[in-house]
Design a binder for this molecule. Structure first.
Ligand code: AHM
Ligand code: MG
Length: 335
């Protein structure tokens, strides 16, 4: 009979491989999975309980906030503020750091997250997801967390993952070694290990980028995209959902490349990037690299970027090592 591993058993097994572990990270992740189950239940019935639609506000990054964004944001804060594992949090939906209330103990970890990535597509029932990243704090134990606790490179993450609320709900997680996938069994309400040790293929046959921006790319990006869809490249397909979590999840499983390059639409000199480093690009880069892939801005590995502000953005090229190598060759004018 197949061994059934729920996420709690997986976390305990991982903890036992590290005798120095205090169990704090395991409890933190366990609390998070409960938040994900609550969000998953709500996403699944959004159309029924009138949770679709925008609430008329913009978030810290200037995007329209949807009702489900707010639900996901509130759920994570409510589940995570009192466990004694965190010293502060940072969210796409909040301009400033989220403090742990005075009355609760302050822990040794920091949580950065995007409560509902891809939510601009949600009314069309497109897959959305939660992205999360956990660092160890740098400031003294027991005190309130500070900005420097959050502004750490993704290379130093102790855990990261995402939950995709798709045709089924899936949690993809790494605590530093393997990348493992769990599917939520709605009957029993447990995340069960379904995709152990995910490895990205060395090369894929899919490229994923918003080609609606092509007039605003650097010419090198356009040259790569022209090449990748040409017969010379050997028959790549285009897939773009417009929900990073879904586009990167597919890239992780099938291989290929996901791009969100800088566009020169509003600022023709410096251009602008879309994806946020701390809670979108960084954790996804960490996971893809752990699974054998590559994640770069075009010049720097994303996991090496030193964030300087909470909602900082960066360029993104993520995927199979051979595909990202082709992209870099075009970007650096070698092809
Ligand atoms: P969001 O966090 O407001 O949903 O924005 C991020 C999303 C990503 O999921 C996705 O990759 C990107 O925005 C799509 O952007 P675009 O519509 O410009 O292609
Ligand atoms: Mg997002």
């Amino acid at each position: 009979m197949r061994k059934l591993v729920n996420v709690q058993r997986y976390l305990l097994d991982t903890e036992r491989q590290h005798p120095e572990a205090s169990g704090d990270l395991t409890s933190l992740l366990w609390d998070l999975t409960l938040a994900f189950k609550l969000i998953s239940a709500e996403v699944n019935k959004a159309g029924l309980v009138e949770l679709y639609g925008e609430i008329g506000d913009e978030n810290a990054s200037g995007d329209q906030v949807t009702k489900l964004d707010m639900f996901a944001q509130d759920t994570i804060v409510r589940m995570m503020d009192h466990g004694g594992h965190l010293c502060c949090m940072a969210s796409e939906e909040e301009r400033e750091l989220i403090a742990i209330p005075e009355r609760y103990p302050k822990g040794k970890y920091v949580l950065s997250y995007d409560p509902l990535d891809g939510s601009s597509n949600i009314d069309a029932n497109v897959s959305v997801g939660t992205i999360f990243a956990i660092h160890q704090r740098k400031s003294p134990d027991g005190t309130d967390g500070v900005l420097d606790d959050v502004l750490q490179p993704s290379r130093d993450l102790v855990a990261a993952g995402y939950v995709i609320y798709g045709s089924s709900t899936m949690l993809v997680l790494s605590t530093g070694e393997t990348v493992d996938g769990f599917t939520l069994d709605p009957g029993v309400g447990e995340f069960l290990l379904s995709h152990p040790n995910i490895r990205i293929p060395k090369r894929g046959k899919i490229y994923s980028v918003n080609e609606g921006n092509s007039h605003f790319w650097k010419p090198e990006v356009g040259r790569y995209v022209d090449w990748v869809k040409s017969p010379a490249a050997g028959g790549y397909k285009s897939r773009y959902i417009g929900s990073m979590i879904a586009d990167v999840h597919r890239t992780l499983l099938y291989g290929g490349i996901f791009l969100y390059p800088r566009t020169y639409r509003r600022d023709p000199v410096n251009g602008e990037c879309k994806l946020r480093l701390l809670y979108e690009a960084g954790p996804m880069a960490y996971l893809v690299e752990r699974a054998g892939g590559v994640a770069t801005t075009g010049t720097t590995p994303i996991i090496d970027l030193e964030p300087t502000e909470l909602h900082e953005r960066c360029e993104v090229a993520i995927g199979s090592p051979d595909d990202v190598a082709d992209y870099l060759a075009f970007i650096h004018g070698e092809r």
